[in-house]
Structure formats: structure tokens, C-alpha cells
Design a protein around this ligand. Structure first.
Ligand SMILES: *Cc1c(COP(=O)(O)O)cnc(C)c1O
Length: 385
């Protein structure tokens, strides 16, 4: 009956397979200290965004278990119905304090946050300007605006200035959005320059700090690097990376947050996060605030790896080694797996054509000697081939 449907899917998969772009799931059992078990084989993971290894931390697990016992496993409804268990207030207050804003709004995930935030602020008459390497969910949020979306060359402030000078006046509202830390390249956005430029043109500025919170700027994120505090009126991020749990957030001024809670569709029409996730995020923020040296350690590990390979100094816990060709990248990833390291091959469409890469992520649990051994293998068997 659904022959055409199955034929469609099969045909698409075959074409992707031919280009080495078919994707598969591998069952992975993640343990403490960045260890992952695949096919019964013990691997040291350089592939996870759990930069502080908090997903396995005993105090944080305990917070999740206690919240489950007290409030149950699910929240039962949208937060605007009966899903707003008491832990949300505490988490939002904590996030706002951490980011220096009036308030915060927690969403189901980072992806859902961007799908909710962007079209709530920007409509069909308005303008969204986004970095070309922005995360997929910023661009998806842009599509939902049904407005005008302009893409700027990666980290090119002059290009943003040009787009604002040419188009800003034609639209009542404009939003400039970028990753704070780029998820596949690990570099930082020029946040201070973009913030100042947006101010000049009355464009709103949003950073997606999925890979910043917890690990850069003493854990406070990409607007706080080197002791600075760049004014960013919309600070979005996720709780599913360094925070180790799940959920997305926006930190902003009170009326902006109140408006999100009233109109953002992914907030209104999706169930509130489970109590365990919210409690675990609160416990994780406690730990990050109490132990800034611990929060700084994954970045130091990434920098050691870069030094060993003579790569540019890391600005975040993410270090790409760009190989270009998907097949070559896959075989490098397989070779590293045989050596006991889990390193993901990232291919298009996650990254632009011709830039397939190994993406290394560093965590507090990585020992320097493991980083040295990994770097030696990459140097002799990946970068030279
Ligand atoms: C991972 C990521 C997201 C999505 O967050 P989830 O909580 O995993 O949905 C959004 N933006 C960026 C930049 C990311 O890296």
C-alpha cells in the first residue's frame, strides 16, 4: 500500500550511501571519566559535549533521583497548564543570576528554544541576520519567521555592517543571531563588535551559547571571556552540554521573558521538562559556580592538544581537524576507534561541502597522557596521509 513511500526512502538512502553520507546509530554505553563502550569495546571518548562530565556526577545524579521521588518522572503537561513544577522557578532564577539578566525562560531543548524564540520576536515584515555557520536550529527558527533572512560570512563583522546598512531601514525589527561558540569549529563569535554594531542599528542581538555555558568565561559563557561582560540582550543556550542534563534556555530582560512565556509556541505547546532534568541542572550550576577551576579545565586540555599539533590556540573545548573528504574522514575515525579513541567524523550537511572533519571535544576527565598519545597518532596517521 505504501510502496511509493518505501521506494522513496530506499532511493534517498541509496543515493546518500553512495556519497558516504548515510548515517547510522551506534549503541553507546557512556560511563564515568569519558569512557564509552561500543560493541563491547572500551573507548576513551573525545566526541561528547559533556565537557565537565556532569552527566555522571554522583551529586547531580542524586539531585535527579530526589526530584523524581518528590515530583515524579514527567511534568504531565505544558508549563502553562500543570507542568510548571516548583523546580523551574529556582532554575530560571539561577540562570538569570549567572548570566546577569532579569529573568530566564527554560524550554524543552536548545533546538526548541531557538524554534520558539526567533519567530516570536521576528515576523514576516522583519529581518533576521545570521552567521552562515550558525547551528541548524537558528536557521530553522529563521524559516519559521516567514520573514527576510540574510546570511553573513562566518564571523565577518563588516558583512553584518553592510547588510544592516542596506536592509535595516526596510524592516520594523531586526535580529542578529550567531553561535557564541561555533559547534563544529570551536571558535568564538566577535561578540563585542557585533553587540556594538547592533546597538548602532537598533538591531537585537542573540548569541546561542550551547558550547559556552559551563566552560568558557569562567563558566558564564561567551559574553564573559577574559573577564569582560559584553551586553547581549538575548542569551540563549542549552543545558544538555556542559551542564550535563537536558533543556534549553533564554536569559533576557523581564518583559522579553514574560512575552516568551506568553507567545512562544515551543514553550506553550510542548510539555515541561521532567523534574529530574531541572533538578540536575540546578545542581550542575551549583558545582560550576563553586568550582571555577574545574570549569576551566576542559579548555586547558583542548589547548594542550592544539599545541601538540601546532593548531591555532583553542577558544573552546571543540577542536576540528578538517580533512575535506567524507570517506577519508570516516576512515580516520575508524582508525582512531581501533586505537581506543572515540572521535566523530562530521560530514555535510552538518558542515559545508568539502569540509568534512574529525571533531575532537575535550573534557575535564581527560588525562594529559591520553591527549599526548592521541595527538601523536593524529599527527603521524591522519594529518600526513
Ligand atoms: C547542540 C546545540 C543546540 C541544540 O541544543 P539541544 O539542547 O541539544 O537541542 C543549539 N545550538 C547549538 C549551537 C548547539 O550546539
Amino acid at each position: 500500500m505504501s510502496q511509493s513511500l518505501e521506494d522513496f526512502a530506499r532511493g534517498k538512502l541509496a543515493a546518500l550511501e553512495q556519497r558516504q553520507l548515510r548515517r547510522s546509530l551506534f549503541e553507546t554505553d557512556r560511563l564515568e571519566d569519558a569512557v564509552a563502550i561500543r560493541d563491547g569495546k572500551r573507548l576513551l571518548s573525545f566526541a561528547c559535549n559533556d565537557y565537565l562530565n556532569l552527566s555522571q556526577h554522583p551529586d547531580i545524579k542524586r539531585a535527579a533521583i530526589e526530584a523524581t521521588e518528590r515530583y515524579g518522572v514527567g511534568s504531565g503537561a505544558s508549563r502553562l497548564v500543570t507542568g510548571n513544577h516548583p523546580l523551574f522557578r529556582e532554575l530560571e532564577t539561577r540562570l538569570a543570576r549567572f548570566k546577569g539578566t532579569d529573568d530566564a525562560c527554560v524550554f524543552g531543548s536548545g533546538y526548541l528554544a531557538n524554534l520558539g524564540i526567533i519567530p516570536t520576536l521576528i515576523g514576516p515584515d522583519d529581518l533576521l541576520i545570521a552567521d552562515e555557520l550558525s547551528h541548524a536550529c537558528i536557521l530553522a527558527g529563521g524559516t519559521l519567521t516567514r520573514g527576510n533572512v540574510r546570511i553573513f560570512r562566518h564571523n565577518d563583522v563588516d558583512h553584518v555592517a553592510e547588510l544592516l546598512a542596506t536592509h535595516r531601514a526596510d524592516h520594523p525589527r531586526a535580529l542578529v543571531a550567531t553561535d557564541g561558540v561555533f559547534s563544529m569549529d570551536g571558535d568564538l563569535a566577535p561578540i563585542a563588535e557585533l553587540s556594538a554594531l547592533c546597538e548602532t542599528h537598533d538591531a537585537w542581538f542573540m548569541t546561542d551559547d550551547a558550547h559556552g555555558i559551563g566552560v568558557v568565561g569562567a563558566g558564564r559563557g561567551s559574553s564573559f571571556v577574559d573577564g569582560s561582560k559584553v551586553p547581549v540582550p538575548l542569551q540563549m543556550g542549552t543545558l544538555s552540554k556542559a551542564i550535563g542534563t537536558y533543556g534549553g534556555y533564554l536569559c533576557a530582560a523581564q518583559p522579553v521573558i514574560d512575552f516568551m512565556r506568553t507567545r512562544s509556541r515551543t514553550f506553550i505547546y510542548s510539555t515541561g521538562l521532567p523534574p529530574a532534568a531541572v533538578a540536575a541542572s540546578i545542581a550542575a550550576l551549583d558545582l560550576i559556580e563553586e568550582q571555577p577551576e574545574y570549569a576551566a579545565s576542559p579548555l586547558a586540555k583542548a589547548r594542550l592538544f592544539c599545541e601538540l599539533l601546532e593548531l591555532p590556540r583553542a577558544e573552546s573545548c571543540i577542536v576540528p581537524v578538517i580533512l575535506g573528504d567524507p570517506a577519508r574522514t570516516l576512515s580516520a575515525s575508524q582508525m582512531l576507534e581501533e586505537e581506543g579513541y572515540l572521535v566523530t567524523a562530521i560530514r555535510p550537511p552538518t558542515v559545508p561541502e568539502g569540509t568534512a572533519r574529525l571533531r575532537f571535544t575535550f573534557t575535564a576527565a581527560h588525562a594529559d597522557e591520553d591527549i599526548r598519545r592521541l595527538a601523536a597518532i593524529v599527527k603521524t596517521r591522519v594529518m600526513t596521509s
